[in-house]
Design a protein around this ligand. Structure first.
Ligand code: 3PG
Length: 217
């Protein structure tokens, strides 16, 4: 399966590994070594957030130079973000909330979207537009595992990627829930490790997450 030409679905993005790293890059020079370090640790679905002026250039570099990575763009908040991300080579998008415009823009651009939700109404809006794999954001602040348990009744057909306040320590509690496929988090890409070029530490943090692998249902 060619990583770049595959049209990844949101479910495939979520099922690939227990953790999707939430990456903030301030330096284009960090993009490729970071992506390689993550891939070496078994984490290849990478969410580079559109939060810095360098983000799109970083996505472009990873798309071109790290063929094993499946590069995605996070913090997609507008049609323009979705278009720019896809143009830079992003194969999926993640958004902190949901709007119909963002959903449509990702569809038009041919990339999967993990829309962010924090309430029942937001889940219903995303579902109405055909999105059933969602990011629960900000997960800890918005109710944590207890919230997901409560949602599993009415939203029995929805799968979640909780993100926001998730750590190696609390991830197992989320991943034990039947409606959770993976978690998202920034803990596997510490800024100080990137600044000091300690790529081996980032690979090790990824390897540590292998133990989080979901048990078959
Ligand atoms: C974010 O979008 O900032 C993510 O939710 C990351 O959250 P974390 O830093 O708590 O993992």
């Amino acid at each position: 399966m060619d990583v770049k030409t595959t049209r990844w679905t949101a479910l495939q993005v979520m099922q690939d590994a227990p953790v999707i790293p939430v990456i903030v890059l301030n330096d284009v020079a960090h993009a490729v070594p970071l992506a390689r370090a993550l891939v070496a640790g078994g984490v290849r679905m990478l969410e580079v957030t559109l939060r810095t002026p360098q983000a799109l250039a970083c996505i472009e570099r990873i798309a071109k130079e790290v063929p094993e990575a499946v590069i995605g763009a996070g913090t997609i908040r507008s049609t323009a973000d979705a278009q720019a991300a896809a143009k830079a080579g992003a194969l999926f998008g993640v958004s902190p909330g949901y709007t119909r415009a963002v959903g449509q823009a990702c569809r038009d651009a041919g990339i999967a979207l993990l829309p962010g939700v924090a309430t029942g109404s937001e889940i219903m809006m995303a579902q109405e537009d055909g999105f059933t794999e969602l990011k629960f954001f900000p997960a800890m602040q918005a109710g944590g595992p207890a919230m997901l348990k409560a949602w599993s009744g009415p939203f029995f057909d929805v799968k979640f990627c909780p993100t926001g306040g998730v750590t190696l320590q609390n991830a197992p509690e989320f991943l034990a829930l039947p409606n959770v496929v993976c978690v998202g988090g920034s803990w596997i890409v510490p800024t100080d490790a990137m600044l000091s070029g300690d790529w081996a530490r980032i690979t090790q943090l990824c390897l540590d997450t292998a133990a989080l692998k979901k048990k078959p249902a």
